[in-house]
Ligand binder design. Structure first.
Ligand code: HEC
Length: 141
């Protein structure tokens, strides 16, 4: 029985194995976004996207939910990726495209980045977690 528990624990550890600790160890203190993106892992980002999926689909042609479908959003003009989605005036007033920098600021704290946004999401504190998410978004276009 004890042995079974140990094996189960090992299998679990292997399945949920995320090398983020190793990747983090390769980073200097206060890494730049470029350094974070260098070690970012789109697969880890895909798993993290679970926390976005309640409001966002990401498959090509997926429906808008509470938030717009995010396919192709990386590199797209802000608040224009899904013309039929009801973006807020606050987001529409933003200029530019969703590049790594803009996404990083947005995902850290959407309501601080764009006061008045309807994205009711606290944000992702961990810079490496944001980098993983951005790497994932960049693959979905
Ligand atoms: C509670 C619902 C909710 C959650 C959770 C959420 N979002 Fe959003 N998101 C929205 C809404 C609503 C908007 C539109 C905001 C506006 O118009 O002001 C939005 C907008 C966006 C946009 C801009 C889209 C565009 O076309 O310009 C991006 C990028 C985005 N979200 C990424 C994410 C990511 C990545 C996550 C997970 C880490 C996430 N969101 C979690 C609701 C959510």
């Amino acid at each position: 029985m004890k042995r079974l528990v140990i094996i189960a624990a090992m299998v679990l550890a292997a399945c949920s194995r995320d090398d983020s600790a190793e990747r983090r160890a390769r980073l200097p203190q206060n890494p730049t976004l470029a350094q974070l993106m260098h070690v970012a892992d789109a697969k880890a980002g895909a798993r993290r996207f679970g926390q976005c999926a309640a409001c966002h689909s990401i498959a090509a042609g997926g429906a808008d939910r509470n938030g717009p479908n995010l396919h192709g959003v990386f590199g797209a003009a802000i608040a224009q990726n899904r013309p039929r989605f009801g973006y807020t005036d606050a987001l529409q007033a933003q200029r530019g495209v969703w590049d790594e920098r803009r996404l990083d600021v947005w995902l850290a704290d959407p309501r601080a980045a764009v006061p008045g946004t309807s994205m009711a999401f606290a944000g992702v504190r961990d810079p490496l977690a944001r980098a993983d998410l951005i790497a994932y978004l960049a693959t979905q276009r």
